[in-house]
Design a protein around this ligand. Structure first.
Ligand code: NDP
Ligand code: 8X3
Length: 251
């Protein structure tokens, strides 16, 4: 029987690349996000290449919708082997003392509470089956704050704490927990951060060769495909000319 990977935020960037990577490697995939038409398009493509795909459209901030989606899974999709908690992003890059309450709520509700909701819904089954892997997409931003990063950095620090906490709580089982911490990855991330300002978003990746969603999917898959006795706890993955969240050498 094929293994099952569920990827949140599979409609774009890192999540989409993860869904493709798992599909290429023989997994059946559950792809989630809010945009139904984007999920459907990816599903058609992956099915065309022989992968069984289930699409679930819901907002990870909506606990009831998330619970209905997971509890309503058809029997053959219930035994999820890999959960990639990827849905999320940054909203705003303002100083902490002038930031937007709405942006803060969106980041905290999505990056922390959404991830927790998915973990709470899916990990009990993994513990019961004594197998599974949770991959949380953290960030270099969780290691140290940078200018304007404040709340986003705090949410990614929380992802580290929640990954470490879960790893402790499942240590008596064969379930593994990995925190992947990327640096600059060129996706829709900066367009979201700058509320749709594409020009400002493009500037983030000027003068440096950024990572791609595919680079991150390779790290995710590396951790998941390691032998069963190996738990890759964390991977910090940066572009060659990035040294930390705030040190970036640009040509
Ligand atoms: P994208 O903006 O390209 O993708 C974000 C994904 O998250 C989309 O699929 C979006 O789907 C989904 N999403 C956002 N909000 C929600 C929500 N409320 N409910 C369900 N899905 C949601 O960005 P990335 O691929 O770059 O980001 C993915 C993850 O990687 C994020 O957690 C981000 O913080 C992290 N990361 C990104 C880095 C980067 O430089 N790009 C570096 C380090 C970490 P939809 O719109 O369909 O709901
Ligand atoms: C995304 C990477 O450096 O823009 O988490 O925060 S960064």
């Amino acid at each position: 029987m094929k293994k099952i990977a569920l990827v949140t935020g599979a409609t774009s960037g890192i999540g989409e690349a993860c869904a493709r990577k798992f599909a290429e490697n023989g997994y059946n995939v559950i792809i989630t996000g809010r945009r139904v038409e984007v999920l459907d398009k990816l599903a058609v493509e992956l099915r065309g290449a022989g992968t069984e795909v289930l699409t679930l459209a819901f907002d990870v901030r909506d606990r009831e919708a998330a619970a209905a989606a997971i509890k309503g899974l058809p029997a053959e999709w219930q035994e999820i082997d890999v959960l990639v908690n990827n849905a999320g992003g940054a909203w705003g890059l303002e100083p902490e003392y002038t930031g937007s309450y709405d942006d803060w709520d969106t980041m905290i509700d999505t990056n922390i509470k959404g991830l927790l909701t998915m973990t709470r819904l899916i990990v009990p089954g993994m513990v019961e089956r004594d197998r599974g892997h949770v991959v949380n997409i953290g960030s270099v931003a969780g290691d140290a704050a940078y200018a304007g990063g404040n709340v986003y950095c705090a949410t990614k620090s929380a992802v580290k704490a929640l990954s470490d906490g879960l790893r402790i709580d499942v240590a008596h089982t064969s379930v593994r927990v990995t925190n992947i911490k990327p640096g600059l990855v060129e996706t829709n991330f900066s367009v979201t951060r700058f509320h749709g300002d594409k020009e400002r978003a493009d500037n983030v990746y000027k003068g440096i060769k950024p990572l791609t969603g595919k680079d991150i999917a390779e790290s995710v898959y590396y951790a998941v495909s390691a032998p069963a006795h190996v738990q890759v706890a964390e991977i910090l993955i940066l572009a060659t000319h990035q040294a930390s969240g705030s040190v970036i050498h640009r040509e």
